[in-house]
Design a protein. Sequence first.
Length: 146
Amino acid sequence: MFKLVKILNSPTGIPDYKMVNTEVTEKYYIGCALTLAEGAAVHCASGSTMPQYIAAEQLVSPNGEMLRVFPVTPDMVFEVAVTTAPDEIYPGVRVNMAEYIKNVYSLVSGTPEEDGIAVVYDACNAEKIQIRFVAPPAVASADDKG
């Protein structure tokens, strides 16, 4: 689960919420990372899928109901559990999410990813860290090298 702990350079820690359509087959839990597929909120398919939204409420059997979410922005700092001992996790390292399992997201900690979707903001302790979702740097093509 991604818990919003602060919004950088903001006088408030409260994000702007919006309502999105739901998928009947999905279960939504507070703090789950979501993206839109065919107009409805779905869980991020892989650990390297950049989330567009974080669920702000729980809906375990949506039947056409709208879900309250907040859009993810690079200035948001989230607290999240770490799956293994964070030997290589320190501020500035890029990581990807672990797969979505049992309605909980956590970060891959043993292998920092050069093109990871999240940047470690603070390696608080061995169980939880703080991250920011920031798009991976663009890879320069052979044509860009002068």
